[in-house]
Design a protein around this ligand. Structure first.
Ligand code: ASP
Length: 323
């Protein structure tokens, strides 16, 4: 199924003449063309927040963090950060991870009361010998580092949770394909120096069991970046992504020579193989190669990803296994 692309910028025609973009080779005289892609429509404002970093010659790592923070701080985004949908008991618990071109990475899971978990994950990476902090330990670490505490349950997310409770007194973790219950933002970027980085941040599956952690903070599942090859990120039902170690798989498929779209498609096929109920759930991958090619693929129709480069911004309807 061909990929339909929605052009949002004014100067994209030349850049988007093929289904994948390829940036110029990286040399001192001819720097890489920076590019960033992010999952879902809310990737558009996230990319816009990240783009000045890349356009000014900044690092892919700074760019993905800036983009992730935009989504996290948007109270109207009900699947990431502030205003994210809570767990079964009404607590907003956040998961995030980040990975840089040197192979270092950091992550937090089940973090409460902190608006920007991606920046906490970055400090775990940069200021501790660890990769992952969870729960109370992650919160204490964030507070020690000066992150302010705040109530992440907005009036909107509280109202939705109360409605869900009233309608589903015995239910746990309802699934709705593409809609409402999942919409993690994953971001992957290539900077002018030719370096890759990735980030992923989410409030996780709405109405989840307390303590549940999905794929998003798991390095290799929700996101993976290998500066020799490429970077990938996942969205959708985290349990299905974890079973396939999805983002690592996408990067390894690129290492074997597959282009980003093909690598994402093959990873989706692996998710199908590992999840007999795959028709009932959505999983989507995005990928970016070391040479600047981008791609994405999903289990079900409806998955979109946002691309930003010097050529402009674009929202792409990813192809899918199911029609
Ligand atoms: N992958 C996320 C999780 O399972 C959900 C999402 O994509 O929104 O926690």
């Amino acid at each position: 199924m061909p990929t339909r692309r929605t052009f949002l910028g004014t100067t994209l025609a030349a850049a988007a003449s093929a289904t994948q973009w390829t940036a110029a080779a990286s040399t001192n005289e001819n720097p890489m063309q920076p590019i960033i892609l992010s999952t879902w429509r809310h990737g558009l404002p996230a990319n816009e927040a990240a783009w000045p970093v890349l356009a000014d010659g900044g690092s892919a790592l700074d760019a993905v963090e800036a983009g992730a923070r935009q989504s996290e701080s948007d109270p109207d985004n009900a699947t990431v950060g502030l205003g994210g949908r809570p767990d079964r008991d009404g607590n907003v618990t956040l998961d995030a991870c980040i990975m840089g071109p040197d192979g270092n990475c950091g992550s937090v899971a089940c973090l409460t009361e902190i608006e920007n978990p991606i920046s906490v994950a970055r400090l775990v990476m940069e200021q501790t010998p660890h990769v992952m902090l969870v729960g109370q330990g992650a919160l204490e670490f964030a507070i020690e580092r000066g992150f302010p505490r705040r109530d992440l349950l907005t009036p909107n997310s509280r109202a939705e949770w109360e409605k869900w409770q009233a309608e589903h007194p015995d239910a746990v973790g309802q699934r709705q394909i593409n809609v409402e219950n999942h919409d993690t933002i994953g971001l992957v970027a290539l900077d002018a120096a030719g370096d890759l980085a990735g980030a992923c941040t989410t409030s996780g599956l709405a109405w989840k069991l307390p303590g549940r952690v999905g794929d998003s903070p798991i390095i290799g599942a929700g996101m993976y970046a290998d500066n020799e090859v490429g970077a990938a990120a996942a969205t959708g039902v985290g349990e299905a992504v974890i079973r396939a170690v999805g983002s690592f798989l996408v990067v390894e498929l690129m290492r074997q020579g597959h282009g980003p779209t093909d690598a994402c498609r093959l990873a989706c096929e692996r998710v199908v193989a590992k999840n007999p109920d795959w028709r009932e759930l959505q999983v989507g991958f995005i990928a970016l190669s070391k040479s600047g090619e981008v791609g994405g693929y999903a289990l079900q129709p409806g998955f979109q990803y946002a691309v930003r480069s010097a050529a402009g911004e674009e929202l792409v309807d990813a192809a899918s296994i199911a029609n």
